[in-house]
Design a protein around this ligand. Structure first.
Ligand code: HEC
Ligand code: HEC
Length: 237
């Protein structure tokens, strides 16, 4: 498995969660409850599908991220951060605050159980290890920028940005506006810096042109239609 190799490079490997310790039947039941909340809401909790799509695929044009296939620990941590204000978002804050701990656990398990919006197996074979010097986004994603101490994104997010384990979310195919918004939020210290402060520090070291370029790169990754701009060998949705 490719991710193990990349994962070894990453200090944040230490934070990988305890989800593996959960029993499978319990997890399935929890995910089922989460599916009900996602589809219909529960009491004061709004349905998630309205914004995040029927299958957790998100709505790129509106800036609603996909949730399908993200690690349950990651999703639960984000909901807790919205509720506490550590991650500042006026849309998600009241929704997260309306959920109790069990509901958060359930929706996180549900979305983690859904297939990602991209073909992870194919996309994780996608590497631009020799991008042209002018391809800022591809360069940052695959090689980093050592003059600024910015590691390659794929070291933690996996080749193709497909995500690694519980705590390193997939970023491939999120909308450019969403990716850029998150990086700027870290730069402006409006989003909790996350495990070991990793993303907070990385975003600080990037300038806005680099942020825009790398956001465009990952947003275009799973779509073969955009292959002319960014060659994607064999990637498909
Ligand atoms: C009215 C629209 C709306 C609804 C309904 C909604 N969300 Fe969101 N959600 C958003 C937006 C917008 C963001 C992006 C916030 C940001 O930019 O930080 C988001 C982000 C998230 C994230 C963070 C994703 C990531 O990759 O970090 C999670 C987790 C999440 N929502 C879960 C839920 C759940 C669970 C529900 C249902 C209980 C829900 N949302 C309902 C609009 C919505
Ligand atoms: C050393 C590990 C590491 C590296 C390198 C790294 N990231 Fe991250 N990234 C993380 C972690 C951990 C998170 C989850 C943060 C959290 O839990 O709040 C994350 C989250 C993100 C998110 C938010 C995803 C979402 O759904 O909201 C984006 C966007 C992102 N990273 C982009 C990048 C880009 C672009 C690069 C390369 C310039 C990069 N990352 C390099 C560890 C890393």
């Amino acid at each position: 498995m490719t991710w193990k190799i990349h994962f070894g490079n990453c200090a944040a490997g230490l934070v990988i969660g305890s989800a593996l310790a959960m029993g499978a039947p319990v997890l399935a039941q929890t995910a089922e409850q989460g599916g009900t909340i996602a589809a219909s809401g529960s009491g004061a909790v709004l349905a998630c599908v309205t914004c995040h799509g029927q299958h957790g695929e998100g709505m790129a044009a509106a800036g609603f991220p996909y949730l399908a296939g993200q690690g349950s620990a990651y999703l639960a941590a984000q909901l807790a951060a919205f509720a506490s204000g550590a991650r500042n978002n006026p849309v998600m804050a009241p929704i997260a605050k309306s959920m109790n701990a069990d509901q958060i656990k359930a929706v996180a398990a549900y979305y983690a159980s859904l297939p990602p919006v991209f073909d992870a197996k194919t996309l994780s074979g996608h590497l631009d290890t020799q991008p042209p010097k002018t391809a800022t986004g591809a360069w940052l994603a695959n090689r980093g920028d050592w003059s600024r101490d910015v590691p390659a994104c794929i070291q933690c997010h996996g080749p193709g940005g497909v995500g690694v384990g519980q705590n390193f979310p997939a970023i491939a195919g999120q909308s450019a506006a969403y990716i850029k918004g998150q990086l700027l939020a870290w730069k402006q210290q409006k989003r909790d810096p996350g495990p070991l402060g990793l993303m907070g520090e990385i975003a600080q070291r990037m300038d806005e042109a680099q942020i825009t370029a790398v956001a465009d790169y990952f947003a275009a990754l799973p779509q073969p239609a955009k292959a002319a701009a960014t060659p994607v060998q064999g990637a498909k949705r």
